[in-house]
Design a protein around this ligand. Structure first.
Ligand code: ACO
Length: 325
């Protein structure tokens, strides 16, 4: 049976040039390169310059994705930006990206699901593209997480970085089988009762400030490994595939130990795991599309490969999606 699928036709990623090493951070807070590497796998992170807004990072990644897809800004009729570090409280960063890229009038809005934002945004975009409401969509994960750091809190400020990743999604007829290209299945979750484990202590309708990131890291860690695995299995079931069928596992890059813990629990071979946390740190909603762009650029991920993406973040939110590239 013929079905319309939303297919990823181009990917792109952008990291600001300024690199901050663990050694650099050891001059800011009481920490060491050894501690950070051992507990997280992080060696360095990129930081946006003072004159770079998150929309600037998003635009760079989007331009690369458009080029890879053989499309131009004029083709875009839907933009979804997953971000927790918007340029402004409003308008949506997606609207700013539309203006900066010079896209025509179309649909543009942000998705706020913190580190799970890209998985949420892909699933939302699928609702437009696979139902014929959009012909060429930009789905972007972009963050300036370093702007939310309390630089006196060594438990959080060493973990995050800035960056953006983007994909172009377009409708394509499939046969309704797991051999089709496109987004084949997803599972999204949120447990709002766990807010205190990971949140930002400010906002427009409470403090009137942006706030700083607060986290009970060890509790987040325990939640991550168990619950992400459940969502991955649910997404694979929705897609009609087995986790063992997956060619590439592209997890949210929060911590090497979480990423390996989830892979082990699911029986995924470590050679199938795309890992960028060491060089990028945790770029929240940007981390999955950045890792995808990395795997495509180095030639490992190819058209037709079955990809499994998963993430967990503030909310707590978590989720997974299965995509045949
Ligand atoms: N350098 C040196 N020591 C540190 C640092 C640091 N940067 N940070 C914390 N410590 C100390 C603590 O003060 C504590 O010292 P104490 O024993 O004297 O009290 C000790 O290290 C152990 O602290 P824990 O927090 O228990 O360390 P843990 O092994 O849990 O590692 C970490 C901390 C890396 C944060 C881990 O819990 C983790 O990765 N959790 C998951 C976090 C995560 O992925 N968050 C992102 C979610 S996505 C999103 O939405 C943003």
């Amino acid at each position: 049976m013929s079905v319309l699928r939303s297919v990823v036709t181009g990917v792109g990623g952008y990291l600001p040039p300024d690199v901050v090493t663990n050694e650099d951070l050891s001059r800011v807070v009481d920490t060491t390169d050894d501690w950070i590497r051992e507990r997280t796998g992080i060696r360095q992170r990129h930081r946006a310059s003072d004159d770079q807004a998150v929309s600037d990072l998003a635009v760079e990644a989007a331009r690369q994705a458009l080029e890879a897809a053989g499309r131009t800004a004029a083709d875009i009729d839907l933009i979804i930006v997953a971000t927790t570090t918007a340029d402004l409280t409003f308008p949506a960063t997606a609207a700013i990206v539309q203006r900066k890229l010079g896209c025509p009038i179309g649909i543009a809005f942000d998705v706020q699901a913190v580190c799970s934002g890209f998985v949420y945004a892909m699933s939302v975009a699928d609702g437009f593209v696979a139902r014929g409401h959009a012909k060429c969509a930009l789905v972007i994960g972009a963050e300036t997480m370093t702007r939310l750091m309390d630089w006196t809190d060594r438990g959080t400020c060493v973990l995050f970085g800035d960056g953006a990743g983007a994909v172009v999604m377009e409708p394509l007829e499939g046969q309704g089988t797991t051999a089709d290209r496109g987004l084949l299945g997803f599972a999204l979750r949120c447990d709002g009762t766990k807010q205190d484990l990971l949140y930002v202590d400010g906002g427009p309708s409470t403090t009137g400030t942006v706030g700083k990131l607060r986290m009970q890291g060890n509790h987040v860690f325990k939640h991550a490994v168990v619950n992400i695995s459940e969502a991955v299995i649910a997404a694979a079931k929705a897609a009609g595939v087995e986790v063992s069928d997956v060619d590439w596992f592209i997890p949210h890059q929060a911590n090497e130990r979480i990423l390996k813990g989830v892979a082990n629990r699911l029986g995924i071979d470590e050679h199938k795991v795309i890992q960028t946390v060491g060089d990028h740190a945790n770029t929240s909603a940007a981390s999955i599309p950045l890792a995808l762009a990395h795997g495509v650029a180095d030639g490992r991920i190819k058209t037709g490969d079955l990809l499994l993406m998963e993430a967990m973040g503030g909310g707590l939110t978590w989720g997974a999606c299965v995509v045949r590239l």
